[in-house]
Design a protein around this ligand. Structure first.
Ligand code: SF4
Length: 352
């Protein structure tokens, strides 16, 4: 059944689409959440929803709940410290060899756990022509920038013409070797992956990668897999980014199904993010111990091709660190080490 032909952007739209009960429209707590954080759920996702957010991993990611009204004392408006490293509008320069380029702060959907939820939304900042030129000029005048991560918001929301403008400018910048787009579009609005979009990603020199945000195997519908195949068939390497989320993918079975489905769709699992300390998202967070236990269980079940790196963005803008379990024991008195195998058994390994 097709629930809607347009993106749901209000509580009333979600009620009309049948994914919230009629009482939700008059719920004051939910109304406050809707004022604080943007709503957007595409028709593709509305069709995937099978129940209430408490029990459905798709609804839980996109349908607002009153739980978002709770802000804990450790939550932050800028959880990964973007603002600390923004030398010009639209650029985040945190690591020496790469920058984020953020041409817009709009997305096709607004995830309820979003780490940039204070910045993204339909009225979100968008670089005008002069702003985009200034951001591209920053990259052109910083020869250490080897990789540009085009993110936002979702850069695949831009017109193919504007994407082509960005790609051409970066392709013409000799020190930029890699242009990496981060997007949720192929999964949540696959029809946007058009021939014009693929043509806009064409370069003459720099390598283009696409990182796809996907958190549950059910998101990889037939239409989503077709859009990913369109990109892969154009020779674009595909990576995934997933967020570890309570009630969405916090079981070894859900993660195994997700990573197998991604690899089968020619998407290499890249990062599994520990959830950030974004405001109103405590109901999504797991402990690091729980995340490590899940990664350890996956090690015994999945090939290396299906294993992402489990990472945490350190609050304050200090960057990502891998936080997965270790398989190397502490040195013994003779320096001997032990290495744990995928069954959990330990084996000696010489000190040198
Ligand atoms: S697509 Fe990304 S930036 Fe947009 S709301 Fe979701 S997590 Fe945030």
């Amino acid at each position: 059944m097709t629930r809607a032909s347009t993106t749901a952007r209000t509580l009333a739209d979600l009620v009309a689409a049948g994914v919230l009960p009629p009482t939700a429209a008059g719920d004051p707590a939910l109304a406050q959440v809707a004022r604080d954080y943007a709503i957007a759920v595409t028709p593709d996702l509305l069709d995937l929803i099978e129940g209430a957010p408490a029990g459905d991993p798709i609804a839980r990611q996109f349908i607002p709940t009153a739980q978002e009204a709770t802000t804990t004392s450790d939550e932050l408006t800028d959880p990964i410290g973007d603002h600390t490293f923004a030398p010009v509008r639209g650029i985040v320069h945190r690591y020496p060899d790469r920058v984020l380029l953020k041409p817009l702060h709009a997305c096709p959907v607004y995830c309820r756990f979003c780490f940039r939820r204070e910045q993204v939304g339909p009225g979100g900042d968008m670089l005008d022509d002069a702003g985009l030129e200034a951001a591209l000029d920053y990259i052109a005048t910083h020869p250490d920038v080897w990789e540009v991560v085009v993110t936002g918001g979702d850069p695949f929301m831009l017109s193919p013409r504007r994407i082509a403008r960005i790609v051409a400018a970066l392709d013409a910048t000799a020190h930029v070797a890699v242009i990496r787009f981060h997007t949720r579009v192929p999964v949540v609005e696959p029809a946007r992956v058009s021939d014009a979009l693929v043509a806009a990603l064409k370069t003459t020199r720099a390598a283009v990668y696409v990182g796809v945000h996907c958190n549950h195997a059910r998101e990889l519908t037939s239409a989503a897999r077709t859009s990913l195949a369109t990109l892969a068939d154009a020779g674009i390497p595909l990576l995934s980014q997933s967020v570890l989320l309570r009630g969405v993918n916090d079981s070894v079975e859900a993660l195994e199904a997700l990573f197998r489905a991604l690899v089968a769709a020619r998407v290499r699992p890249y990062y599994l993010h520990h959830p950030d300390l974004a405001r109103g998202t405590s109901h999504f967070r797991l402990s690091i111990d729980e995340g490590q236990a899940l990664m350890r269980a996956l090690r015994g079940r999945l090939s290396g091709l299906c294993q992402p790196t489990y990472v945490l963005d350190i609050p304050g803008g200090y960057g990502k660190s891998p936080i997965g379990p270790t398989y190397v024991g502490d040195p013994a008195s003779d320096g001997q080490r032990t290495i744990e195998d995928f069954r959990g058994d330990r084996h000696d390994y010489p000190a040198r």
